[in-house]
Write a protein that binds this ligand. Structure first.
Ligand code: ZN
Length: 308
């Protein structure tokens, strides 16, 4: 090939690649806001298997009128803190560094830390990108208190009972109209350790949690907030016998239910959800950009309006 033709070819290639680059750059706009309020409910130790036997009318209603997966997976080990961290931090334990059931600080140095000294959670994305938006956490297990940026939340309440956790969250939600509220319930994990998973006592606690979800739905309807809210209901892990942490699907498979504004009644989702996709999905709903150190993908299938 003569040099001049080589030169022209090179220019043509450069032009084509610069066009496709600018098209790609245009695509990276700030995502639109799908709902003004997101409420994340996490029920400690609620395995997806629980839905086979427990009577959970409120969760069933959300599954029917929204979308769900009973094949979402925990990260490993199938333990608490490592999974709550992954959910809120939108990333994998090898990057955020919280690896155990009760991690209060990361066992592996976090790949990135924010101004409050911890790996960036969904709350820090809100703080940085929408500083006026209110956000809060109400939780029964004190271990949750190590897994978010305390100085940046407007509610930080460690409940003495599941009811007090819910009551405080509801007051905050109705009064402050927050963009994001995370409610953590400690059951049925506690009864799972005490009496055992897959026992009548375990399912009783599952049904109790369903009742609390019902109270939340009522309060949102009454305050007319439901029309601008998305609720995500999930868990950190399931369990087997009197424990969890292992590699069986009974321990790893968790429910993932999404219901509310802009979520059509799609029912069962095919997307292979991992718990860190929850953080990414919340960011997607609230129109927040996610940092490179996050690994979760938004479950966009839940928002697709065309059922084909
Ligand atoms: Zn446990």
């Amino acid at each position: 090939m003569p040099n001049s033709i080589k030169h022209l070819t090179l220019i043509a290639i450069m032009m084509i690649s610069s066009i496709s680059f600018s098209q790609a750059a245009e695509k990276v706009e700030k995502p639109e806001v799908l709902a003004r309020h997101v409420i994340l409910i996490g029920s400690d130790g609620m395995g997806a298997y629980a839905f086979e036997k427990a009577k959970v009318p409120h969760l069933r209603k959300m599954m029917k009128e929204g979308a769900y997966s009973l094949k979402a997976r925990s990260v490993l080990p199938s333990s608490s803190a490592v999974n709550w961290a992954s959910m809120l931090m939108g990333s994998d334990p090898v990057l955020h560094g919280y690896t155990e059931w009760g991690s209060e600080t990361p066992e592996i140095p976090s790949r990135v830390v924010g101004e409050t000294g911890i790996f960036p959670t969904i709350f820090s994305l809100l703080e940085k990108q929408r500083p006026d938006a209110k956000k809060g956490v109400s939780y029964t297990w004190e271990g949750i208190g190590y897994l978010f940026e305390k100085p940046w939340v407007d509610l930080d309440y460690n409940g003495y009972s599941e009811e007090s956790t819910l009551e405080n969250a509801l007051e905050f939600i109705v009064d402050e109209k927050p963009a994001l509220t995370f409610i953590h319930f400690n059951e049925p994990d506690s009864i799972g350790h005490e009496i055992g998973h897959d026992t009548p006592e375990y399912f009783e606690k599952v049904e109790m949690i369903d009742g609390l979800v019902g109270k939340l739905l009522d309060a949102l309807k009454e305050s007319k907030m439901m029309q601008d809210t998305v609720i995500i209901f999930t868990a950190d892990h399931g369990g087997i016998g009197k424990g969890h942490g292992g590699q069986t699907l009974t321990e790893m498979e968790i429910p993932w239910i999404i219901y509310g504004k802009n979520v059509p009644a799609r029912g069962k989702l095919e997307f292979p959800i991992i718990t860190y996709d929850t953080g990414a999905t919340i960011a997607y709903i609230l129109g927040l950009e996610t940092p490179d150190v996050w690994r979760g993908k938004p479950v966009t299938e839940a928002f697709e309006k065309d059922e084909n």
